[in-house]
Design a protein. Structure first.
Lengths: 276, 318
């Protein structure tokens, strides 16, 4: 869609089925191999390997400070901006290591969208919030922008609530609406992967329900990785679940299995609430 | 809790309080009186400044006439001409000239300190900027007189280096610390989640600063500029030293460049240089007070504007 943007990572490979694109056996959209993350001398992630299947929802669970959010920020390289942060290992997106020196982090982040814990719309109008991403990636045409804004807001199930006045300040929306706006903002740059860092933790149950519905409909088109503290939420919306503890991925598998027949004792303790 | 209701009602009567508790209540009352008085004193002082200024200024308006005073084109006290237009224009030119230089550099500097500089360097820079704000204005005047004026004279091949431009640049350096530190605070106060949101969409650092951080800090930055302007318009000593002090009006629009490269006289400099040689109660004396009143009104308006903008910005961020 955004034709004016040069794409470097692997657009050239996309006509073929993605999993055949690289010589390495790539079964998932994102293959994380032996990933470790250090903040200075503190090791936040320890040799994490995980395969994130395409067009599915992967939930990451685990106690606070266990590295779930850090892991998310490794996928879109948002950790690059933290002084002293350093990674080893590989994160393969369609077979290409995103930490390779020839990868442009900004285009990577265009393909890997992110939604944060606290809704963080910019102090601009609803329209400007959604149009921001396409604009910085070179879309200037007004009607095209308007199209993208409407499409993204519809996709994020917010359009009907705001269509009468998309020029009103985003900060005037309710928390749940703001979070859906942030999802729309992320969708506007047409990512392939959506990272969600506890997107419902600041929302009431009704707004949470709407976001969960939205996630279920978005997984048709997007690969979603969601960090959550809510076990019920993880089991409701995710196809796969990974359990993190102290920077390690303890167990990874289909959600049904993780929540009913966990293999690891620690996973069982955590999902049954017998933990810490 | 477990005790009976009767003892409870006894317990909340003042005369039953322990000595310590009584003293604590008295201290509370005394503190509130002291704070109230100090607060009101500040307002009273401001009010009396205004009253005394107005008392000596008002005769000007009957002796000279308010219109003749405000838009009279000639300030020649020896000929009983008390038009402050040249002084007003002089002040405004020097002030706006200063802002044209100080605002872009000041904001750029604030962005550098808040967003770009490495953290260890940041604290050093902040200290230096604060130090800069503490330099007495006479020192700036010295630098303007000894370094800037000869430079301006040489570059533009002028008969004298004491010009509006020299004054504007000197004032720019004086108002910059205010602009830098207030806008730096405003930029630092922009929530990190805003820039995270922008970066996660694939924006570069510069795009994030330009389109998200600065617009979010806009009200603080505007207020910073107005505060800088307040500093510039009220500055006396440095301006007196470097602007040449000739009350001249620009000769139409084409005369503007020449005006800017020639000596000007500002309102503040006029008060400072004339006050010593006037007879108390004379028209000249009253006129100087009227200039003071005009300055008071201008800086009051500027500060009010800054305050309003800051407050509106504060509400917008909620």
């Amino acid at each position: 869609m955004l034709v004016s943007v040069p794409v470097s990572i692997s657009e050239a490979q996309s006509p073929q089925p993605r999993w055949n694109a690289a010589s390495e056996c790539v079964c998932g959209k994102v293959e994380v191999e032996d990933l470790s993350l250090f903040y200075g001398t503190f090791q936040a992630l320890r040799n994490v390997s995980i395969s994130i299947p395409e067009c599915a929802v992967l939930a990451l669970i685990g106690p606070s400070g266990c590295g779930k959010s850090s892991f998310l920020r490794c996928i879109n390289r948002l950790n690059d901006l933290i002084p002293g942060a350093r990674t080893t290992g590989r994160v393969l997106l369609d077979g290409k290591n995103v930490y390779d020196p020839d990868v442009d982090a900004f285009l990577l982040r265009k393909r890997v969208g992110m939604v944060f814990q606290q809704p963080n719309p910019f102090p601009k109008s609803i329209f400007e919030n959604v149009a921001y991403g396409p604009r910085i990636h070179g879309v200037k045409n007004k009607s095209e922008l308007a199209d993208i804004v409407e499409r993204s807001l519809r996709r994020a199930a917010l359009w009907d609530e705001v269509k009468d006045d998309v020029y009103k300040p985003a900060l005037a929306l309710s928390g749940g609406q703001q979070q859906r706006l942030c999802i729309a903002r992320a969708l506007a740059v047409e990512p392939e992967i959506l990272l969600m860092d506890e997107p419902c933790s600041a929302l009431d149950p009704i707004s949470t329900g709407r976001i969960e519905e939205l996630i279920c409909s978005l997984k048709e088109d997007y690969t979603i990785v969601i960090v959550t503290h809510n076990m019920q939420q993880a089991s409701r919306i995710s196809d796969y679940t990974g359990f993190f503890l102290m920077g390690e991925l303890i167990e990874f598998g289909e959600s049904a299995q993780i929540f009913t027949r966990p293999k690891d004792k620690r996973t069982e303790d955590y999902v049954t609430g017998r933990f810490g | 809790m477990a005790s009976t209701p009767t003892t409870n009602t006894q317990g909340i009567v003042f005369k039953n309080l322990s000595r310590y508790e009584k003293r604590s209540r008295v201290k509370d009352i005394v503190a509130s009186i002291v704070v109230h008085t100090s607060g009101i004193a500040a307002i009273v002082v401001l009010f009396f400044i205004f009253v005394f200024l107005a008392k000596d200024a008002l005769p000007t308006f009957t002796k000279v006439g308010i219109l003749k005073f405000l838009i009279g084109t000639s300030w020649q006290p020896e000929f009983e001409k008390f038009g402050i237009l040249p002084l007003l224009v002089g002040s405004l030119f020097v002030t706006f000239g200063a802002l044209v230089v100080a605002v872009p550099i000041g904001i750029a500097c604030a962005v550098y300190i808040a967003e770009v500089s490495p953290p260890s360097f940041r604290s050093l820079l902040k200290v230096i900027v604060e130090l800069l704000a503490g330099i007495p204005s006479v020192v700036f005047g010295f630098i303007g007189l000894m370094i800037l004026a000869p430079l301006v004279q040489k570059v533009f091949e002028l008969p004298t280096g004491l010009t509006a431009l020299t004054g504007a640049v000197t004032l720019a350096f004086m108002s910059m610390p205010t602009i830098i530190s207030v806008s730096e605070d405003a930029i630092t106060a922009v929530p990190k989640s805003y820039s995270d949101g922008s970066l996660a969409l694939g924006a570069t650092k510069w795009e994030t600063i330009r389109h998200v951080v600065i617009p979010s800090a806009k009200s603080g930055i505007v207020a910073a500029c107005l505060l800088g302007m307040g500093r510039a318009i009220g500055e006396t000593m440095a301006v007196l030293m470097v602007t040449g002090n000739a009350s001249i009006l620009p000769k139409g629009l084409v005369g503007l460049p020449n005006f800017f490269l020639g000596p000007v006289r500002t309102m503040t400099a006029t008060i400072a240089s004339d006050m010593g040689e006037t007879v108390q109660g004379s028209t000249h004396y009253n006129a100087l007070f009227a200039i003071g009143l005009t300055l008071f009104a201008i800086s009051f308006a500027v500060n009010m504007a800054a305050d309003l903008i800051l407050r509106r910005g504060g509400l917008g961020k909620e």
